[in-house]
Design a binder for this molecule. Sequence first.
Ligand code: C5P
Ligand code: C5P
Ligand code: ZN
Length: 491
Amino acid sequence: MTKNLERFLELADAAAGYIDDWISAKEQIFVTSHLDSDGLSAAGIIGAALHRRGAYFQLRIIRQLDRAYLSNISTEGPRRYIFSDLGSGQLHHIESALIDAPTVILDHHPPSIKNTSKNIRQVNPHLCGFDGTHEISGAGVAYLVARHLGASNEDLAALAVVGAIGDVQDRGEKHTLLSLNKDIIVEDAVAADVLEAATDIRVFGRETRPIHKALQYTSDPFIPGISNDSEGALSFLSDIGIELKDGDRWRTIASLSKEEKRQLNTALITYMLKRNIPAREAQSIIGRVYTLKRENPGSFLRDAREFSTLLNACGRSDQGGVGVAICMGDRGSLYRKAEAILKEHRRQLAEGLSWLVEDSGSVESRRLLQTFHSRDKITETLVGSIASMALFSRILDWTKPVIAFAFTTDGRVKVSARTTQSVIKSGVHLGEIMRLACEEIGSGSEGGGHSIAAGATIPRGSEERFLEIAERLLAKQLGQTKEVPPPSEGA
Ligand code: C5P
Ligand code: C5P
Ligand code: ZN
């Protein structure tokens, strides 16, 4: 399908018109969004736009949209529905559960069915030839609608950048956002003076971590002798003579002068090249960074990558409401609560990772994939994050997709699958694998997602069969022709 921007913007405009009518008629609006950082950003955008208009609305953050949830909300009384960062993949369920209920879906996951009934307005990039995995996120779609709901909603574009980063859509050269993310959302945010996009040292924790800690926690690119190595990071910095403290405060990468940044950047790249890291990978330490200009320096909200991590921690700790409140402007007690949630979330991730490293029998390497089963050692909301971290920090084999399992609290098994860009380029699509494997397993299994990150829920005891099916599907995909890689940024 050729890309049709005009049509896509018309869909957003029409959905905004629909919501506008609900607001004018003082209808009850019920918003459901996804718990990850893109979903929370999307909820924050819609929440702020509705709040600014004095609309009557309620908001709920969920892990997954399934039949049980839909049947529940359908009995809670007549109202208008908005789904953000979810809904398209479960369109068939929405169709049958919310018959005739006026509904707007703002999503970027592939739609499960082609045509929708008249009560459902769907805004989704896939309907207009755009790819929802890297051209626009759920928060971006929500923003396109929100900017039609009020004259001064352009400031919300910064949140859409946070959402896109949270869904790892910065796939352009040097980790740049591409396409609609870059041409509409970043543009609007810069024009509204809420965002600055610059090329800089791209390590995690630029605003909040002491410099040696930021380097130590950097895993993409992985820097041998510095990543995961606090003494190595400290001695590297002392060799190049960068002042680590300003009085008794630790300095951050964001606070370094231009000259110091240049010095650090050259030293890091030279260090990696000497250790035989390919030039392209070494240079990837320099990349696009997105700064939310109105947030305080040193706050978790100032750097879009850190903001998205904070949201993700809230969502995955079942505290999505705290994340949404921050998106809607809370900088007081809920922001402080989010900092505490992040700290605890990091502790749990570290605990999960060390279980994976120390329990050497936990990872099974198979012909085309690798797998681990955390049972109840890692919660179902964290297993995907741990699989990603283990892959990116090379604890797992970088060259094979990982399929991870965890027990759910309701007696089933959560599946999280993750892989890398280079594996996707050989034709692998994990979302398809999850979907097809679940169809084959049946018994209420549901799965789907993106090429690079996907998930499912299956019955206990079907794990081995699931792996066999997944491996068979993988073999088939690897024999197929390649996906077209996303275009790189021109400017
Ligand atoms: O719901 P869905 O689109 O929103 O979320 C995608 C998930 O996949 C996010 O939690 C994101 O962190 C994860 N992801 C990942 N590695 C990638 C791309 C996405 O773990 N390379
Ligand atoms: O839950 P997890 O982080 O592993 O999910 C990765 C991606 O797969 C997310 O984009 C999520 O929305 C998607 N997913 C899905 N259907 C499921 C489970 C996850 O589309 N049943
Ligand atoms: Zn998303």
